[in-house]
Design a protein around this ligand. Structure first.
Ligand code: HMG
Length: 329
């Protein structure tokens, strides 16, 4: 935190945990169905990069999200690397049963702080979602799985506008204090968050629940992704969702687009001296697998431009230019 002794701009080796959501949030809205074996290979490649957590898939209705209809097979057939938490999005009891069958480490429960988005995305009121999630979290506990709750639209809803901070904190209190969730993710579903707002909500959360695992989940829809990450770090956050290649978006949130890009965030934080514990080269080579699988380009600037010190050859006639410049030719 910028408290006069620690600089935001100099990470000094401080650990930031990056959680990959590319094979869930990233693939869920893609038109192309990425073949199951390619999804498994992608998760395995990500597991070898040092990421803290990977959201492998979702156990939602295959009618709602056909791109992830192979969730069980993917979760069962990935190679688990010790220390990596393999998570999946779970919206209801049916999803919880599937997640248990597939031996999922962490259930990422989902609902929205906005009634309009909750109804659009999950076809339930927030109260109905909360009741369903209470049952899901009891099942998860019986199965020995961890529970995180992702709360969508906390920085604004594309249909309702701003969501009051008190509403967001009330829902967080219910997850943490009634449901016993070990972690909460504050999600900016359609890129409406801005740094001062992010810092205020992060500080309010941290002050009230200093022990709860807090994750920030940003979409880069309006280009504020990295600024929001920095504001959250300044306010005490150390855990972020990000998506390989910068793909992603909720298909039931109007105007949604890609998450903050994993390799861009890791690259930027590493330059500032933060330790994400991630091998950037491996991450970039995993990201390069995406365009042929998806059939389109990806937002990642690091895949396009390379890392800061990935240098280019001088022009072919460089020596001739120099000789001329020095008056020797
Ligand atoms: C919420 C429901 C389930 C309600 O779906 P529904 O259609 O209202 O509910 P239903 O219970 O009547 O079920 C309809 C059919 O789906 C089946 N079904 C129902 N549930 C499941 C399940 N879990 N697994 C497998 N099948 C399921 C169920 O068995 C039935 O099949 P049928 O009888 O017609 O053959 C559905 O609308 C759904 O799955 N929606 C998914 C929405 C979704 O995945 N959205 C994107 C993820 S959230 C997100 O991206 C935001 C986030 C997390 O990234 C953070 C952020 O940025 O904000």
């Amino acid at each position: 935190m910028s408290n006069g002794t620690v600089s935001l701009w100099n990470g000094e080796g401080r650990r930031i945990h990056i959680q990959e959501v590319g094979t869930r949030d990233g693939l869920q809205a893609e038109e192309a169905f990425v073949p199951t074996e390619d999804k498994i290979a992608l998760v395995d490649a990500l597991s070898a990069t040092g990421l803290a957590k990977i959201e492998v898939t979702s156990f939602v209705s295959p009618k709602a999200i056909p791109a992830l209809r192979d969730g069980e097979q993917v979760m069962r057939e990935i190679t688990r690397v010790p220390g990596v938490v393999y998570s999946a999005l779970v919206p209801n009891i049916r999803g919880a049963e599937r997640a248990i069958d597939a031996n999922t480490d962490e259930f990422n429960l989902v609902m929205s702080a906005s009634e309009s988005h909750n109804l659009s995305n999950l076809r339930m009121t927030r109260a109905q979602s909360f009741a369903a999630l209470s049952e899901v979290s009891a099942l998860a506990r019986q199965a020995g799985a961890a529970v995180n709750v992702s709360l969508s639209c906390v920085f604004g809803c594309p249909m309702e506008g701003d969501v009051p901070e008190a509403t967001v904190l009330d829902w967080c209190a219910r997850y943490i204090e009634e449901l016993g969730a070990g972690g909460v993710t504050l999600c900016d579903t359609t890129g409406m968050a801005f740094p001062t707002q992010v810092a205020a909500l992060t500080r309010a959360f941290r002050a009230r629940w200093p022990q709860t695992e807090l994750t920030l989940h940003f979409h880069n829809t309006r280009g504020l992704g990295l600024a929001n990450v920095m504001a959250a770090i300044d306010a005490g956050a150390d855990r972020f969702d990000a998506s390989l290649g910068g793909i992603g978006g909720c298909p039931y949130a109007p105007g949604a687009s890609g998450n903050v890009c994993t390799e861009e965030i890791v690259h930027a934080l590493a330059l500032m001296g933060y330790d994400c514990g991630v091998d950037l080269e491996r991450l970039v080579s995993a990201a390069k697998r995406l365009p042929p699988l998806l059939g389109h380009d990806i937002p990642s600037q690091i895949v396009k431009a390379g890392r800061r010190l990935d240098l280019h050859p001088r022009p072919a006639d460089f020596e001739a230019i120099r000789e001329r410049a020095l008056g020797r030719a």
